[in-house]
Design a protein. Structure first.
Lengths: 431, 328
C-alpha cells in the first residue's frame, strides 16, 4: 500500500496536477481574503514543494520565476495588506541574498565570520551618504544629494565598497584560524559599527547615532520607486542574479578550492591552491552580495542608523546559514526565508494573538514571555538543536557527482595515450 | 598635556585595577577551558552575567529578611559568593555536558556555534526571569560597601590629583587576588591540578595514565564557571546596576585579555586581564585629550579589539604563551 502510494506520488503528472491545485487554492485564498498570513505563507511554501518535485531543472526555474514575478505579487494584491506582504517578501529577498553571501564565507570556505553585517552597513551607508546632503560635508566638489538614477550605479559601487571592506578585514586575519577568526571578525563588525556611530566628529560623515534620514528614493525611466511592491521587483532581480552567481561559483574552480580549504588548509595548499587569494576572494565576494543588498535596504527604508547593524543582525544571518545547511544553496535560501518570516510575521502575529487572548481574559501570559521578545531564545535553541542533531541543516549540501566514464571519455588524447599502463585507474579514485 | 594625563593617573590606576581584576578572573575561565579542550567557551560571558544576577537576587533575598541586618556585610558577601559560585559552577558543568561533550569530535566550527546558541539562551532566560520578578530586566542591587575613601595621591607629589575610591574597590581587588592565588595553588600543587595539566598537554596519553578525562573536564568547567559567577557578584557589588547583556561584551574583552596573556596560560590570563583593564581605562580617560578631540572615549572598545588584532598578528602566542606549530 505504502509503496503503491509512493509510486503514485513519484508520477510526474500527478505531482504537477497536485501542485497546480495547491497553487490555485492558496492564491485564491490569498486574493479573496482580507488578510491571511497563513495562505501567504502557504503560497510561498509552494516554492519549496517545487524544489522537491521530479521535474527538469529548467521547468522548475521557469515555474519558480513565474510564481515569483507574476503570481505572488498578483495574488497578494487582493486585500488591503498588499504592501505589508510585499514588505515581508522584500525583506526575505534581502536576507536571502545576505545569507547566500555569508554562505560563501562560512559554508564553502569554512571561515566563521561573526561580523558579517558590517558589509551590509558599508553598502547601506555608501548609498545613503551620497543620496542625502551628508556628502556635501566632506566632498569638495559635486552637487548632493545625487538623483534617484544614481541608485543603479550605487548597486555596483556598494558591492565594490563592501568587497574592499572584506579584503581590508581579510588581510590582517589571514594568519588567524578557526576560533580566533570568529572573534576577530566579530571585533571588526563592532569596530565598523562604532565608527559609523561616532563619525559625526570631527567631520560629519555619517551623522552619528542620529542616523541619515530621507534618503533619495531610486528612479527608473522617470518613475520614482517608493512602495514595497516596487522594491519587491528590484530585490527579486538582484536576488536572481545572486543565486545565479552563487550557483555558478559553487561548481567553478574557485568554489572547489574553497571547499578544499575548508576541509584541510594544509592539504589544500599542498595541492597548489593559493591560500591567500582563495580566502580573500571568499571574503570579497561574500561581502559584495551583502553590500549590494545594503544599498537596496537603505533606499527601501529611506532612513538608516547604526542600530540596524548590530551584532544581533550578524548572528541572525549566521542562524539562517546554520539552519538551512552550511554550504548548501537551496538550504540557505530556505533557512533565510524561514528565519525572516519567523521574525517579521509569525512572532508578531503570535504576540498579537496572545495579547488578544489575555485581553479577553481567556489566559494570561506574562509580558516578559511574549513571543516577540523570545527571539534570542528561539535563535539560541535553533542553533544548539541543529548543531547537535542535524549539523548539516534542513537541506544538506550535496557535492556534484561526476560520472567517471564520461570524464574518461572526454579526456584529451595526449593523456589517453600513455595512461593505459602506469597511472591509477580513474574509476578506482574516490570522487 | 602630559601634566593633565599625570593628574588623572591615580584615578585611572584605581579604576583600571578594578576593571582589570574583573577581566582577569573571567579570563581565567576562558583560558582554562581553552587549555584543556582548545575551545572558546563563548557562553562564559553569560555565566558571568548569570552570576551577577544570582548574586543580586541573593543579596535582595537575604537583606529582605529582618534578622539579616545583624550580619556584618563582609560575611554576607562571602556567603553570597560561595552560594553563587557553586550554582554557576553547576551551570557550567551542565553546559559542558549538554552542548560540548557530544561534539568533542565534531569539526571545530560546530561547538563554536552551540556556544553562541547557549549564550543566547542564557541571556534570554535571565532576561525572562528578571523581567518576571522585577518588571524590568535592568536590576539595581542593594548598595554595599559604598563608603568613599579619598586616596591622598597629591600628598606624594603635587602633580597628581586625589583619587576617590569606593570601599568595594578594595573588596573586589582583594577577593579577585585571593581567587587567583587559590586557583594558581590548585592547578600547580594539588593532584587534580596535575591531572588537569596532564589532560591539557595530551588528552589520550592522560587517559592511559588512569586519569578520568571526562571528570577532569567537568571539574575544569566547574572551577572556571564558579570563578566567573563569583566575579559576576563582585561586578554587581562594584557597579550596582546590571542587565542581561553585560556578559557578552565583557566576556569578549576577557577573552582578549586571555589572548593577550597567552591563551591556555593561567598566569598569562591574570597579567593580560590587569593590563587590558589598565589600558582601557587609560584610553577612555585620555583618548580625546591625546588625539585633540578627534577620537573620544566611545572608541575604547575599538581600542580593545585593536589590541587583539595586533597581538594576533605580531605575537599570536601572547605575552606568556609558548608558540606552537600546527601539525597535519
Amino acid at each position: 500500500m505504502k509503496a503503491k502510494l509512493a509510486s503514485y506520488f513519484s508520477n510526474k503528472w500527478l505531482q504537477v496536477i497536485l501542485f497546480s491545485l495547491f497553487i490555485i487554492v492558496t492564491s485564491a485564498a490569498l486574493y479573496f481574503s482580507q488578510k491571511s498570513v497563513v495562505s501567504f505563507l502557504l503560497l510561498l511554501s509552494s516554492l519549496l514543494i517545487l524544489h522537491y518535485m521530479s521535474l527538469k531543472n529548467v521547468t522548475k526555474w521557469i515555474t519558480a520565476l513565474g510564481l515569483l514575478f507574476i503570481l505572488i505579487p498578483f495574488a497578494s494584491s487582493g486585500g488591503p495588506a498588499f504592501q505589508s506582504y510585499m514588505e515581508v517578501a522584500t525583506m526575505v529577498g534581502i536576507y536571502i541574498s545576505m545569507a547566500l553571501g555569508l554562505n560563501i564565507v562560512v559554508g564553502m570556505a569554512g571561515l566563521l565570520d561573526l561580523g558579517f553585517v558590517a558589509f551590509f552597513a558599508v553598502g547601506a551607508y555608501s548609498y545613503s551618504i551620497f543620496a542625502t546632503k551628508q556628502a556635501s560635508n566632506f566632498m569638495p566638489f559635486g552637487n548632493f544629494p545625487l538623483g534617484g538614477e544614481s541608485f543603479w550605479g550605487f548597486l555596483i559601487i556598494g558591492g565594490i565598497m563592501a568587497a574592499i571592506a572584506g579584503v581590508l578585514i581579510g588581510v590582517p586575519v589571514l594568519r588567524v584560524k578557526g576560533d580566533y577568526l570568529a572573534i576577530v571578525t566579530l571585533g571588526f563588525g563592532e569596530i565598523i559599527r562604532i565608527i559609523f556611530n561616532n563619525a559625526d566628529r570631527p567631520i560629519n560623515i555619517t551623522n552619528g547615532a542620529m542616523g541619515i534620514a530621507s534618503v533619495t528614493p531610486p528612479e527608473i525611466f522617470g518613475i520614482t520607486l517608493s512602495f514595497p511592491n516596487q522594491f519587491y521587483f528590484v530585490t527579486l532581480f538582484i536576488l536572481m542574479f545572486t543565486i545565479f552567481a552563487v550557483l555558478r561559483l559553487e561548481h567553478s574552480k574557485l568554489g572547489r578550492s574553497w571547499k578544499a580549504v575548508r576541509e584541510n588548509e594544509i592539504a589544500a595548499q599542498a595541492m597548489g591552491i593559493p591560500l591567500v587569494k582563495t580566502k580573500l576572494l571568499a571574503f570579497a565576494l561574500g561581502a559584495s552580495f551583502s553590500g549590494i543588498m545594503g544599498v537596496v535596504f537603505a533606499a527601501k527604508q529611506a532612513f538608516i542608523d547604526p542600530t540596524s547593524f548590530t551584532l544581533m543582525e550578524s548572528f541572525t544571518i549566521l542562524v539562517m546559514v546554520v539552519l538551512g545547511g552550511m554550504g548548501s544553496v537551496p538550504g540557505v535560501i530556505l533557512g533565510a526565508a524561514v528565519i525572516t518570516i519567523l521574525n517579521l510575521q509569525v512572532l508578531t502575529e503570535l504576540t498579537n494573538w496572545l495579547n488578544q487572548l489575555s485581553l479577553s481574559g481567556a489566559l494570561s501570559i506574562p509580558d516578559a514571555l511574549s513571543p516577540a521578545k523570545m527571539q534570542k531564545f528561539i535563535f539560541g535553541a535553533l542553533l544548539v538543536v541543529f548543531a547537535l542533531y542535524r549539523p548539516k541543516g534542513l537541506i544538506p549540501a550535496k557535492n556534484k557527482i561526476f560520472d567517471v566514464k564520461k570524464l574518461k571519455d572526454h579526456r584529451p588524447d595526449h593523456l589517453n595515450n600513455d595512461t593505459e599502463k602506469d597511472s591509477v585507474p580513474i574509476d578506482k579514485v574516490q570522487v | 598635556m602630559l601634566q593633565e594625563v599625570l593628574q588623572s593617573l591615580p584615578q585611572v590606576l584605581v579604576d583600571g585595577l578594578t576593571l582589570g581584576a574583573v577581566y582577569a578572573v573571567v579570563a581565567l575561565g576562558y583560558t582554562m577551558v581553552y587549555g584543556i579542550l582548545q575551545l572558546i567557551n563563548f557562553a562564559h560571558g553569560e555565566v558571568f552575567m548569570s552570576g551577577a544576577f544570582i548574586g543580586t537576587a541573593f543579596f535582595i533575598l537575604i537583606m529582605g529578611m529582618g534578622w539579616a541586618a545583624e550580619i556584618p556585610q563582609f560575611i554576607l558577601l562571602i556567603i553570597v559568593l560561595v552560594l553563587t559560585a557553586s550554582i554557576t559552577g553547576l551551570v557550567g558543568v551542565g553546559l559542558e555536558r549538554v552542548a560540548y561533550r557530544p561534539l568533542r569530535n565534531a569539526p571545530r566550527l560546530i561547538p563554536l556555534i552551540t556556544a553562541i546558541g547557549i549564550s543566547f539562551i542564557l541571556q534570554d532566560v535571565v532576561r525572562f526571569i528578571a523581567e518576571l520578578f522585577n518588571g524590568n530586566y535592568i536590576v539595581t542591587g542593594p548598595s554595599l560597601f559604598s563608603e568613599q575613601i579619598t586616596l591622598k595621591a597629591s600628598s606624594i607629589s603635587s602633580i597628581f590629583f586625589d583619587a576617590r575610591i569606593k570601599t568595594s574597590f578594595l573588596i573586589v581587588l582583594g577577593v579577585a587576588i585571593v581567587l587567583m592565588v587559590a586557583l594558581d595553588y590548585f592547578v600547580n600543587k594539588t593532584k587534580w591540578g596535575t591531572a588537569m595539566r596532564a589532560v591539557a598537554l595530551d588528552r589520550e596519553t592522560a587517559s592511559l595514565m588512569s586519569i578520568n578525562v571526562n571528570k577532569v573536564i567537568s571539574i575544569t568547567f566547574f572551577i572556571g564557571s564558579a570563578l566567573g559567577g563569583a566575579t559576576g557578584v563582585l561586578f554587581a557589588v562594584q557597579y550596582g546596576t546590571i542587565d542581561p547583556y553585560i556578559g557578552f561584551i565583557l566576556g569578549l574583552k576577557a577573552f582578549i585579555a586571555a589572548v593577550l596573556g597567552g591563551i591556555g596560560n593561567i598566569r598569562g590570563a591574570m597579567l593580560g586581564g590587569m593590563l587590558l583593564g589598565l589600558m582601557e581605562m587609560f584610553a577612555s580617560a585620555n583618548l580625546s585629550l591625546l588625539t585633540g578631540g578627534v577620537f573620544g572615549a566611545e572608541y575604547k572598545d575599538v581600542f580593545a579589539f585593536a589590541i587583539l588584532i595586533l597581538v594576533l598578528i605580531f605575537k599570536p602566542e601572547g605575552l606568556l604563551g609558548k608558540p606552537t606549530a600546527e601539525k597535519v
